[in-house]
Unconditional design. Structure first.
Length: 126
C-alpha cells in the first residue's frame, strides 16, 4: 500500500498548466531511469524537496560514490542531480505562489531556497 501511495504522489500532474508555466515536468522525467537503483530515488527526492539535499546524501542513499552517482544520474535523466532538484523546487514554488496565500518568504523557505533573494533568480532562470 505504501508503494502505491508513493507512486500516486509521484504521478500527480496538471492536465493543463497555465500559459506562464513551463510544460516541462521534472517529476515526469524522473520516472524513466534505466538503472533499477535509480527508480526509487525520484520518490525520495520529491518527498524531501524541502530539506537540504546534497549530492553526497543522494549518492550514499544508493551506495555509490558522488562522482559515479552524478555521472549515472546525468546519463539517465539528461541533467545533473542538483539542476534537477532545483527544477523541482522551482516547479513547487511556482505552484505554491499560484495556489496559496503564503508569503514569498514562507514559500522560499518551504522550497529550500533559504530566502526570496535566492528564489527570485531561480524563478526567472527556469
Amino acid at each position: 500500500m505504501e508503494i502505491a501511495l508513493r507512486v500516486a504522489r509521484g504521478l500527480v500532474l496538471y492536465v493543463r498548466r497555465p500559459g506562464w508555466q513551463s510544460q516541462f515536468s521534472s517529476a515526469l522525467a524522473l520516472q524513466a531511469p534505466t538503472r533499477l537503483s535509480l527508480r526509487e530515488l525520484p520518490f525520495w527526492i520529491i518527498e524531501n524537496l524541502g530539506k537540504s539535499l546534497t549530492l553526497k546524501d543522494m549518492a550514499a542513499r544508493l551506495s555509490m560514490s558522488p562522482r559515479n552517482f552524478s555521472r549515472q544520474f546525468s546519463r539517465d535523466f539528461g541533467v545533473t542531480p542538483m539542476r534537477f532538484i532545483t527544477r523541482l523546487r522551482v516547479e513547487m514554488a511556482r505552484r505554491l505562489l499560484g495556489e496559496s496565500t503564503r508569503s514569498r518568504e514562507e514559500i522560499a523557505m518551504e522550497c529550500d531556497f533559504g530566502s526570496v533573494d535566492a528564489l527570485e533568480p531561480a524563478l526567472k532562470r527556469d
